[in-house]
Design a protein around this ligand. Structure first.
Ligand SMILES: Cc1cc2nc3c(=O)[nH]c(=O)nc-3n(C[C@H](O)[C@H](O)[C@H](O)COP(=O)(O)OP(=O)(O)OC[C@H]3O[C@@H](n4cnc5c(N)ncnc54)[C@H](O)[C@@H]3O)c2cc1C
Length: 407
């Protein structure tokens, strides 16, 4: 195997988190060498370009958590960045709707969290005001967040990549990290090219931002096996173009507080189409964009993890509902009729899907907050689900602070 070079920093993973991190490291360490290694042929091919595209305001997250702080800061920074770079980011706003009286306590709690997290412009609205904001939506009451917006995170990631190149960083696609070993005062990373070629690169410090594959790389570098990534497929439907007037901006449910997912919602994207979803179905491959795809290694990893069985024991009813939404467009659309009663199965078309890289602990708890682990000469982002795209600039600063502490 030939060593193809060396760099002060290697960033593994060319999604929005890896690219934001690379950009931040180069800004803080001018003159240093940095290489981004991405296994796919293109950048941002996984979660970053398979999301709802929502710039979250920071309402849901436990006060004091990394998600709460980094989402609020990250959203502010992202709007500023998009303006500077000429990327469309629209503050369309969103409603979180309590469809029944039984959800009002949970809505109160979301309002409390939003205020504690410093979300500006959050307003409680009545059933009548819901109809003024979203004429086709219905509910008992709602929270209105005018600062929530939409953007194309793929465009944002591409702009971060341009910043990395302009600051002298290298970006290699088709470069999968397959091995990690200590080498002198750094690390040697083994790489497999798209055609199967083998080589390696030496790095003084490595940042692993590998999304759905984060746990494997962390374990390879000597980190604990916990938490394990379990892939949750988020399938969407699209509204037929002639029915898009059913939704002006974004309509979200009050989420199940026991789960870190925000619940199926209706969102007008920055491109103008309306997405319905995502579902949240545990799947058998970390790239199961096609429903039913099985990755034998991924499936073994999920089934061998004790947390998987504990999670299933607690949430089998929710799991069955998700299976029905994945299997039936009618059932999925029917569940959203609680918020938009005029919605019919005939109004929807099949939509895209994304795979959430969600960490699961040994006891069957879905890890709520962002998690960053340290190993010798490396940091590993082990849980960066939503709102990590919104938070990317602030998360990159946190990671770069930890690099400063570690070196
Ligand atoms: C359905 C869905 C909806 C979402 N909606 C929102 C939303 O509205 N707002 C929001 O803020 N967030 C949302 N998110 C979350 C957001 O998309 C993610 O938090 C964010 O994209 C994570 O970025 P990332 O760079 O960590 O991961 P990714 O974009 O998945 O990037 C990881 C990269 O690492 C690469 N990689 C993996 N292993 C290796 C290896 N061995 N060698 C080299 N490269 C490797 C992968 O190929 C990939 O490109 C959503 C996610 C999903 C799935």
């Amino acid at each position: 195997m030939s060593a193809s070079g060396s760099a002060d920093f290697a960033v593994v993973g060319g999604g929005i988190v890896g690219l934001a991190t690379a950009r931040e490291l180069l800004a803080r360490n001018p003159g240093s060498s940095l290489t981004v290694l991405e296994r796919e042929r293109g950048l941002a091919a996984h979660q970053t370009t398979h999301s709802s595209g929502v710039i979250h305001a920071g309402i849901y997250y436990a006060p004091g958590s990394l998600k709460a702080r980094l989402c609020v800061e990250g959203a502010r920074d992202l709007y500023g960045y998009c303006q500077e770079r000429g990327i469309e980011a629209r503050r369309d706003g969103k409603l979180i709707v309590a469809a029944s009286r039984s959800e009002l306590d949970a809505l109160d709690e979301l309002e409390r969290r939003g205020r504690a997290n410093g979300v500006g412009e959050l307003r409680r609205v009545s059933a009548g005001e819901i109809r003024e904001i979203e004429p086709h939506a219905r509910g008992e009451a709602a929270l209105h967040s005018p600062g929530t917006g939409v953007v194309d995170f793929g465009r944002v990631a591409a702009a971060y990549a341009d910043d990395v190149r302009s600051a002298g960083g290298r970006i290699e696609t088709g470069a999968e990290v397959t091995g990690i070993r200590a080498a002198g005062d750094g690390l040697e990373l083994s790489l497999r090219g798209s055609g199967g070629s083998r080589r390696s690169i030496r790095a003084g410090f490595a940042l692993f931002c590998a999304g759905a594959w984060a746990d494997r790389l962390a374990v390879m570098a000597g980190a604990p096996a916990e938490p394990r990534i379990v892939p949750f497929r988020g399938g969407y439907l699209r509204l037929r173009p002639e029915r898009r007037d059913l939704v002006r901006a974004s309509i979200y449910p009050v989420p199940d507080p026991a789960l870190p997912f925000l619940g199926g919602h209706l969102t007008r994207t920055v491109g103008g189409e309306v997405l319905l979803g995502p579902s949240a179905l545990m799947v058998a491959a970390r790239d199961a964009y096609r429903l039913g795809k099985v990755g034998p290694g991924d499936l073994r990893s999920t089934l061998a993890w004790p947390g998987t069985w504990r999670l299933i024991a607690r949430f089998w009813r929710t799991g069955l509902r998700e299976v029905s939404h994945a299997a039936s467009r009618r059932a999925f659309a029917g569940s959203l009729r609680r918020y938009v009663p005029e919605l019919r199965a005939a109004d929807v078309l099949p939509g895209p899907a994304g795979i959430r890289a969600q960490a699961l602990d040994r006891d069957g708890r879905l890890v709520d907050d962002f998690v960053v682990h340290r190993t010798e000469r490396a940091l590993h982002v082990r849980n960066a689900p939503s709102p990590a795209a919104t938070s990317s600039l602030a998360l990159a600063r946190l990671i770069a602070d930890r690099v400063d502490e570690a070196t």
